[in-house]
Design a protein around this ligand. Sequence first.
Ligand code: CA
Length: 221
Amino acid sequence: MRLLLVEDDKMIGEVVLELLRAEHYAVDWVRDGQLADTALRTHDYDLVLLDLGLPRLDGLEVLRALRARKQRVPVLVASARDAVGQRIAGLDAGADDYVPKPYDRDELLARIRALLRRAAGRGEPVYEHLNVSLNPATREATLDGQSVVLSARESAVLEPLLARPGLVLSRAQLEEKLYGWKDDISSNAVEVYIHGLRKKLGSGLIQNVRGVGYMVPKGKP
Ligand code: CA
């Protein structure tokens, strides 16, 4: 899961970045509204954590432009605890939820998980498909009801595939789920994690669609 963090305050940004990366999200951090706008036009994110008071371009303007482009990425707006008017303006401009600042770390993470679930079109926190399940919050997986231990990055590759069975995701799209801008990307990383997932969860779970990418088949192969 790839997140965009938009926060101009250096200290707050560093803390949130560390928190999100510790949860194994791939995170890009930008510190003004103009850069946020550019990042949203050029990258595919699973969620945006958007501070509203930003230099160069106001957070609300970033949000309005995003929605005007019909981009449906979930947006979690951050606002001061007592700023009810800001919160309402954010929701009316197309935010999906808000989180009060200063952040309560557990609340922030829970709201992010809830939005990611909703965006995948599911209310339940666990993906279940064929004989496999995955809980992205805990990264616990099962095969035929038996617990399987996945690495954080294996889970990050599996989640978007399991969220939409039948949809082919390219290697580049899966790579985007793995890394933030500043992380090193080894060229065969996705293949390595897919290989690991097939060993742990069965060779039929993830299909290679030649020249296009990977998918989890809708039904039994
Ligand atoms: Ca700010």
